[in-house]
Design a protein around this ligand. Structure first.
Ligand code: ZN
Ligand code: ZN
Length: 147
């Protein structure tokens, strides 16, 4: 199960020492990876204004676009690979009994020392097998943890 003391982005720090600083604009993301994690965490915390503020996809977003989001459905973030301005990740969610995943290669833009989400390419994914490590980042097997 998720460790409630750890930030939802998957770090071992508490939220207050991690993404909260970015969400409250006390600090800026210094890398594309850091911004990506803080955006995932914003989904988990229901902070949709942060997602709007860090979006440069060109589609004007409003809070209404997030009205069907369920923050508690997000179960884990897995960073697959990343570079200076891109991150490939798997964001796992569970709606009802149905598992799903956003496997995406996202591209980010740095503008005046602020990172923004620019574009994303959706990739295929496979659900973890019962004996695979759990998607939440615990070291337990999927079947013994969040499955
Ligand atoms: Zn965090
Ligand atoms: Zn788990």
């Amino acid at each position: 199960m998720l460790n409630q003391d750890h930030c939802r982005c998957g770090s071992s720090k508490p939220y207050s020492a991690c993404c909260q600083r970015l969400h409250q604009q006390q600090q800026k993301a210094t890398t594309a990876l850091e911004l990506m994690k803080s955006r995932y965490c914003a989904f988990c915390m229901g902070n949709y204004q942060y997602l709007i503020d860090t979006d440069k996809t060109g589609n004007p977003l409003s809070l209404a676009d997030f009205s069907d989001q369920q923050p508690e459905s997000w179960k884990g973030l897995e960073i697959v690979d990343y570079g200076d301005n891109w991150v490939q990740f798997k964001a796992w969610y569970k709606l009802g009994n149905q598992w799903g995943c956003i496997h995406e290669r996202s591209v980010f833009l740095n503008q005046q020392e602020q990172w923004y989400y620019l574009a994303g390419e959706a990739l295929d994914y496979q659900l973890p097998a019962r004996n695979d490590p759990c998607v939440c980042g615990s070291t337990k097997k999927f079947k013994k943890c969040c499955m």
